[in-house]
Design a protein around this ligand. Structure first.
Ligand SMILES: Nc1ncnc2c1ncn2[C@@H]1O[C@H](COP(=O)(O)OP(=O)(O)OP(=O)(O)O)[C@@H](O)[C@H]1O
Ligand SMILES: [Mg+2]
Length: 357
């Protein structure tokens, strides 16, 4: 991936009546990047994608492709292709005709249409279904046809709006893998809308987190998961233990924070002052059992309950009346009858967030 900005949405605002659906939103998407827009239902993801595709006009702001302002251009002049949230194949057309549609609009000669459609269908493993109608296909196959229909026109930018949301878990995993491989092989700049944090983290090079028409944070999946700037991001991306705390000692980048679990040590580059109120957070999967030898935080606790979930054991632990969650590996915890244990949390796995007054 190179660093050329392929697509920029600059200061996009969109209102419907009194409600502000997008509030001065900006994103930069690099050439060949897989960029995810991730947020809860109603946060404005589809609206932003439709504005990028040209189906919705922003009230203010600009859309640029390679620095060229395309805000006033209609969708078919933008060199983008979109797969819609409720994938809409034409039911009376065969798979072939559905995929060929965009090429026919471009008035490509028939032999070229045939060759491109067959190549696109081969890419998504549907060559054998070429003469079927959509209702003769499974949901996953229909979703693949929608993908082929977008890819066949060789767009500069591929826009996907929750393309896996209508599929069962197994098919979703399979198609997700295929989309990732296809995107990397073709090097096509892709913007992918989803409300599923795991899907975004698995697929994307960069994720923009959206809440209520705002982008709260943009970063790589790993950075957003491990070192988010906002507690809302941390909460949205996975399970989180949260404890109110007060900074008691600050020593270079190591902070000692008083909490209901006792003193917790956190290592961070952020700057806090002694006496400052914070929220101490850590993810259940970063709780070590057994605790590593030199871990800064060792917590003696009682076990309240276990839930066996196959690949992990979700445990509820308690110390000083403060309950917290831990995910244990079934390979390490073979005797779930234990009533007490000592767990560890690395100081680098503790997140501190300021309490905003
Ligand atoms: N044409 C419209 N007229 C009025 N309100 C709209 C219109 N389109 C979207 N909205 C509103 O804008 C907000 C954002 O909608 P949008 O479809 O962008 O959300 P989303 O993040 O894609 O949600 P989901 O995950 O449920 O698909 C919602 O409150 C929605 O009701
Ligand atoms: Mg949507």
């Amino acid at each position: 991936m190179n660093s050329l900005i392929k697509l920029a949405a600059l200061n996009i605002t969109k209102r419907y009546g009194d409600s502000v659906v997008l509030n001065n939103v900006s994103v930069n998407v690099k050439q060949s990047q897989f960029f995810a827009l991730l947020g809860p239902s109603g946060s404005g993801k589809t609206t932003l994608l439709r504005i990028i595709a040209g189906f919705v006009r922003p009230d203010t702001g600009k859309i640029l492709i390679e620095k060229k302002d395309i805000t006033e251009q209609p969708p078919n002049k933008r060199n983008t292709a979109m797969v819609f949230q409720n994938f809409s194949l034409w039911p009376h057309m065969t798979v072939f005709e559905n995929v060929a549609f965009g090429l026919r609009l471009k008035r490509l000669p028939s032999p070229a249409v045939e060759e491109k459609v067959k190549r696109a269908l081969k890419m998504i493993h549907l060559q054998e279904h070429i003469w079927k109608k959509p209702q003769q296909l499974s949901g996953g196959q229909q979703q693949r046809v929608a993908l082929a229909r977008a890819l066949v026109v060789e767009p500069e930018i591929l826009l996907l709006d929750e393309p896996l949301s209508n599929l069962d878990a197994h098919l979703r995993d399979q198609l997700r893998q295929e989309i990732k491989t296809l995107q990397k092989n073709l090097g096509i700049t892709t913007i992918y809308v989803t409300h599923d944090q795991k899907e975004a983290m698995y697929l994307a090079d960069a994720i923009a987190i959206m809440f209520n028409g705002n982008i709260s944070e943009i970063g790589s999946p790993e950075h957003l998961y491990k070192k988010p700037c906002h507690i809302e991001t941390a909460r949205f991306l996975g399970q989180l233990n949260e404890l109110p705390g007060i900074i008691r000692e600050a020593n270079n980048s190591i902070y000692v924070v008083e909490t209901a679990l006792g003193n917790i040590q956190a290592e961070t580059d952020q700057i806090f002052n002694c006496g400052e109120k914070v929220i101490v957070c850590f993810r259940p999967e970063f709780v070590q059992y057994p605790a590593n030898e030199n871990v800064r935080n060792r917590i003696e606790c009682n076990v309240v309950s276990y839930e066996y979930a196959g690949s992990i054991i979700n445990a509820l632990l308690k110390k000083n009346n403060q309950v917290f969650r831990a995910d244990f590996s079934p390979s390490l915890l073979r005797t779930p009858e234990i009533k007490q244990c000592v767990v560890g949390v690395d100081a680098r796995d503790i997140l501190l967030f300021r309490v905003l007054l």
